[in-house]
Design a binder for this molecule. Structure first.
Ligand SMILES: Nc1ncnc2c1ncn2[C@@H]1O[C@H](COP(=O)(O)OP(=O)(O)OP(=O)(O)O)[C@@H](O)[C@H]1O
Ligand SMILES: [Mg+2]
Length: 329
């Protein structure tokens, strides 16, 4: 990645003066990368003025990144697109079965959503990935650090310690490389996702976890009248997350709750919460379900994977394959 564009300040961009830069900074937009990942409406909120001007400034920032090869050009050949895809790396989940379902693991440049009922293992997967993502790329990791945004109060450092030790890693070091943020309300979550860029670059973050993406919005926006408002806000967050994944070449993992659909007479009467807002932005959607001591994972939606299902288990060292599979190996 070219060093120069990362060093450039916002004022180096045409159309950004000192005053505008200050306003951007106080809204958490501190670098060209942050601006490139901003949404027009939020920029208008930050700097005032017309939406057209905001869109133009974002475009200028994106162009800067395109020139230096950080962001994809608007029109590129399929072979260059393939090259870009090849800078994508995959992170092991700790279970070979689950890795196979994901064709290798959790991808960078993508948003992966795990949804399922309580106790299905969503938070366990998040905790495990925070550890495995730190492994070198040759060992199935992303060779970077993890950022964990907790909206449900279920982040457990001692569980991370256990997973790290179970995998023969130095738990002190592993914990040092996981940055954690507890988020209390939906506006706080929005604000944090706007200012993630600088943390990601400064701390070599390669995995971003949001556990869960919807609980705060679900609790705060109650009643049909507020549904459109909620969906619009969620839409902003997930779009921003996807851009962050692409711009910084990191893996973004979100968890989602399920809502029951009483009108479903056949099959599983549960659907991911948040409707298509999250579904349309998630690159991969995986449905987790309890099955005795084990768990099943189903690839529900993916641009490149066939529909598939597999089993994994929750163990001391985090996500693993079921015992039978291990014995077979
Ligand atoms: N140390 C451990 N060893 C083995 N299994 C564990 C351990 N800790 C937790 N588990 C398993 O993980 C399950 C909880 O999973 P998890 O917290 O990931 O659920 P979740 O999908 O995040 O649920 P929620 O919707 O409530 O957040 C427990 O029921 C238990 O089976
Ligand atoms: Mg959980």
């Amino acid at each position: 990645m070219s060093q120069s564009v990362l060093d450039e300040t916002l004022q180096d961009l045409p159309g950004v003066g000192e005053e505008t830069q200050k306003k951007m900074n106080s809204a958490g937009i501190e670098s060209v990368m942050d601006l490139a990942a901003a949404l027009p409406d939020e920029l208008v909120e930050a700097i005032g003025g017309a939406r057209d001007r905001a869109s133009a400034l974002i475009f200028v920032a994106q162009n800067k990144l395109r020139e230096s090869g950080i962001l994809e050009k608007e029109f590129i050949s399929a072979s260059i697109a393939l090259e870009k895809r090849q800078s994508m790396i995959k992170c092991t989940t700790g279970s070979q079965n689950l890795n196979d379902l994901l064709k290798g693991g959790i991808e960078t440049q993508a948003l992966t959503e795990f949804y399922g009922e309580f106790g299905a293992g969503k938070s366990q997967i998040c905790h495990t990935l925070c550890v495995t993502s730190q492994l070198p790329i040759e060992e199935g990791g992303l060779g970077g650090n993890a950022l964990y945004i907790d909206t449900e109060g279920t982040f457990r450092p001692e569980r991370l310690q256990q997973i790290a030790e179970g995998r023969g890693l130095d738990s002190g070091q592993v914990l040092n490389n996981i940055i954690f943020s507890k988020v209390y309300n939906s506006s706080h979550l929005e604000l944090i996702t706007k200012s993630l860029g600088k943390y990601i670059e400064k701390n070599n973050v390669k995995l971003l976890v949001i556990d869960s993406i919807i609980s705060l919005h679900r609790a705060e926006f109650i009643g049909r009248g507020t549904l459109a408002d909620r969906q619009q806000k969620l839409n902003g967050i997930v779009h921003r997350l996807l851009r962050i994944a692409e711009i910084h070449n990191i893996a973004v993992v979100v968890t989602n709750q399920v809502q029951s659909t009483p009108d479903a007479f056949f099959g599983d009467p549960t659907k991911p919460a948040g409707g298509h807002v999250i579904g349309h932005s998630s690159t991969y959607r995986i449905y987790l379900k309890k099955s005795g001591q084990e768990r099943t994972a189903t690839m529900v939606d993916s641009p490149s994977h066939p529909y598939g299902q597999t089993r994994f288990s929750l163990t001391e060292k985090g996500i693993a394959d079921p015992e039978a599979k291990k014995m077979k190996d």
